[in-house]
Design a protein around this ligand. Structure first.
Ligand SMILES: Nc1ncnc2c1ncn2[C@@H]1O[C@H](COP(=O)(O)OP(=O)(O)OP(=O)(O)O)[C@@H](O)[C@H]1O
Ligand SMILES: [Mg+2]
Length: 472
């Protein structure tokens, strides 16, 4: 494989330029390289790697699923997620190797396959590569947030569906708040559309050309939050976990930082956060220099923040600072007149079998939907409709179909924590059911394709669906 092949594999922009250079570097320095197709089957492997694996030649590997030849390989993950694994350690027998895996995408951004490189674990030899990786990773982060921004720009306030007086008023308020600079606090139960609203407000603001960066407070381990927000100065640490990298504040410069699940922000970081909001300056870890950042904050939570302030779990001063422009998204059960429009919009997004017309909900079925209490709000409505389309033989979703869609509705998927099953068997069964129904819906009801997607046989899929009470 020539260097020119790599060039063809990457679209022409700056971050990719650097990647191409790095590829050439990897190529000469690596102890082996391998390519797979989008099914993670080996399409090419070089001689060095064959020797390392004890293969006589490449023909023993080509066409095989990568794990058959390299048991610990994570190339499949790369083709499935489209994300690189820039630094990883893999064991061959007694020896450890540093490995790097990169997706190959076509001009449309679809994953075509992946490339893997293997390096010896001699650290000084690897140092320049690691340093180069870190720089590239930071660039890639930026390139990815640019991509995410492009995707997000689709969600304007017109995507926030609703005809009820509550939603009409909420949208008017959101539009007014969007053009202001103060922090916005979005409150509302799980699944009501807080994140969608935050994105839409970013798009409606003067910062629309800047980045929209989301951080979920509940998803980032407490010990990492500080570096996540404020970044780590170059050279502050050595090693792969504590690498120099920009924080989310810096990445969100001139844009919007969306703080999801703000109620879960640990007290320890709240004070630092407040200072940044007041001063507009951050201090990356391991640096003694302040950096100015220009970031607009939108925070969201489904928790009762005022109660958290009273109980001392949330700082009052931070709360008042964030709650300058408050918005409350009402629960779905309080605005059932939005359900027909929401159902229509959601069904538009669900793929259909060729020859099918548009999905629609019959009059009687709509009444059923409007009587449900929707603990999981719009997200739950989406799940119920997806399930219904997976179960339906025609484009008309009738009362029976909706009823079975609703009866599947596991409280946990709806986001109601107290209804989350705790028995492992229940958790597994629920996850399995959700995955199967999602796959069937994704394939527009085509069970053969769904079975393939799920990696099970058609008969296994049918047996499972029968178990769920589907007609099939
Ligand atoms: N008004 C709406 N119009 C169209 N889609 C909506 C609306 N509200 C919510 N949705 C859809 O419902 C789903 C859940 O929305 P979102 O993730 O924004 O909720 P959330 O309030 O952030 O939930 P959580 O608190 O669980 O994080 C998404 O798929 C979103 O697109
Ligand atoms: Mg959310």
């Amino acid at each position: 494989m020539e260097r020119a092949d790599f060039s063809a594999a990457f679209p022409d922009n700056e971050a990719m330029e650097h990647l191409r250079d790095a590829m050439a570097l990897f190529w000469t320095m690596s102890e082996g390289s391998v390519a797979v197709d989008r099914e993670a089957r080996i399409t090419w492997i070089n001689e060095k790697y064959c020797r390392l694996l004890g293969l006589a030649d490449a023909t023993e590997a080509i066409g095989h699923p990568v794990e058959e030849i390299i048991p610990e390989s994570r190339m499949r993950q790369v083709v499935e997620t489209g994300r690189p694994i820039l630094l990883d350690v893999m064991r061959f027998g007694e020896r450890h190797f540093v490995v790097c895996r990169l997706p190959i995408k076509d001009a449309a951004g679809e994953v075509e396959g992946a490339l893997g490189f293997v390096f010896y674990d001699r650290v000084d030899y690897l140092r320049p590569i690691i340093d180069r990786f870190l720089a590239l990773e930071a660039q890639l982060d930026k390139a990815q947030s640019a991509l995410a921004r492009e995707r997000r720009a689709r969600y304007s306030l017109s995507n926030f569906v609703g005809v009820s007086p509550e939603i009409v008023e909420l949208k008017a308020k959101a539009r007014r708040f969007a053009v202001r600079e103060g922090p916005v606090l979005i409150l509302g139960e799980t699944g009501v559309g807080k994140e969608l609203l935050a994105q839409a407000m970013h798009v409606a603001s003067q910062r629309t050309a800047g980045p929209f960066v989301a951080v979920n407070m509940a998803a980032v381990p407490e010990t990492l939050l500080e570096s996540e927000f404020f970044g780590v100065a170059p050279g502050a640490y050595t090693g792969a976990e504590r690498r120099p990298r920009p924080g989310k504040f810096e990445i969100a410069d001139k844009g919007t930082l969306f703080l999801d699940e703000i109620g879960d922000m640990p007290l320890a970081i709240q004070a630092k956060f407040l200072r940044v909001l007041q001063e507009g300056e951050i201090e990356p870890l391991g640096s003694n220099q302040l950096k100015r950042v220009d970031v607009r904050i939108i925070a969201a939570t489904s928790q009762d923040l005022e109660a958290k302030v009273k109980s001392g779990e949330f700082r009052a001063d931070l709360y008042y600072r964030l709650a300058v422009l408050p918005l409350r998204v009402p629960p779905l059960r309080a605005r059932t007149e939005d359900i027909p429009a929401l159902a229509e919009r959601i069904l538009d997004d669900i793929p259909k079998d060729p020859g099918f017309g548009n999905w629609y909900v019959t009059e009687e079925a709509l009444e059923l939907l409007q009587r449900h209490s929707w603990p999981g709000n719009v997200r739950e409505l989406r799940n119920v409709l997806e399930r219904a389309t997976a179960l339906s033989d025609s484009e008309a979703l009738d009362a029976d179909t909706i009823r079975s869609g609703l009866s599947f509705s596991p409280g946990a998927e709806a986001g109601a924590d107290d209804e989350t099953p705790t028995r492992l068997a229940d958790v597994v069964a629920q996850a399995e059911q959700a995955a199967i129904l999602r796959a069937v819906a994704q394939c527009g009801g085509d069970k053969t394709r769904a079975a393939k997607l799920l990696g099970v046989s058609r008969s296994q899929l049918y047996a499972k669906l029968k178990g769920f009470g589907s007609e099939e």
